[in-house]
Design a protein around this ligand. Structure first.
Ligand SMILES: Cc1cc2nc3c(=O)[nH]c(=O)nc-3n(C[C@H](O)[C@H](O)[C@H](O)COP(=O)(O)O)c2cc1C
Length: 185
């Protein structure tokens, strides 16, 4: 089994990265091969709207996301992690998601096999974990509809400001690890 983590925070050792890592560690303990992509460290642009990917099987932009798309095609599980910035996923994550349009056919059917497991990881300063429930529900709904992914869990670290804050939430840290361990059960 292969599980990849996609981190949309610019803080390399921030709360999002920490929680995504917990899920991946759990998956690794259960025997999965894991890999993490830190979007902020990668060289890529937003979708140019050229529709090249509708006439061809891939995106015209040959940048660092090309590898991520190849990995998504073969991965059994994907952990999507982003902080909330101004009530949405970060710009880094949004640009990446726009580019996932290249994984969709002109009739909006998927170019990747259905049945992949997905985990959503969100971190936010607001103490109410339900404050951005709509953001996660909408995203989870879209990846189910577009790609036939099964969202196994949504892990939300609320009330986080400094990079290590999530580590103080032992219950959530353990839940994240268990999510990874049980991803394919
Ligand atoms: C530019 C910016 C915008 C933010 N906007 C929000 C927001 O709208 N709602 C919220 O609850 N937290 C907001 N936050 C707080 C972050 O979501 C929070 O600190 C999160 O834990 C950061 O994750 P990281 O440690 O992985 O970078 C914002 C932080 C920044 C830097």
């Amino acid at each position: 089994m292969k599980v990849i983590g996609i981190v949309g925070s610019p803080r390399k050792n921030g709360n999002t990265s920490t929680l995504v890592q917990q899920v991946l560690e759990g998956a690794a303990e259960a025997g999965a091969e894991t890999k993490t992509y830190i979007l902020n460290e990668m060289d890529y642009r937003g979708c140019q709207g050229c529709s090249y990917c509708k006439a061809h099987e891939k995106c015209k932009l040959e940048d660092d996301l090309a590898e991520v798309f190849e990995e998504i095609k073969v991965a059994d599980g994907i952990v999507f992690g982003s902080p909330i910035y101004f009530a949405q996923f970060t710009g880094q994550m949004r640009l990446f998601l726009d580019r996932c349009y290249s994984l969709v056919n002109p009739d909006y059917s998927s170019r990747i096999p259905a049945g992949k497991k997905a985990v959503l990881v969100g971190t936010q300063g607001m103490p109410d974990p339900a404050a951005y429930a709509g953001v996660y529900e909408e995203f989870g709904g879209e990846i189910s509809r577009f790609f036939g992914m099964e969202v196994k869990d949504t892990l939300i670290a609320a009330g986080c400001a400094a990079p290590g804050d999530v580590k103080g939430n032992a219950e959530l840290m353990e839940k994240a690890k268990n999510t990874g361990m049980n991803l394919f059960k």
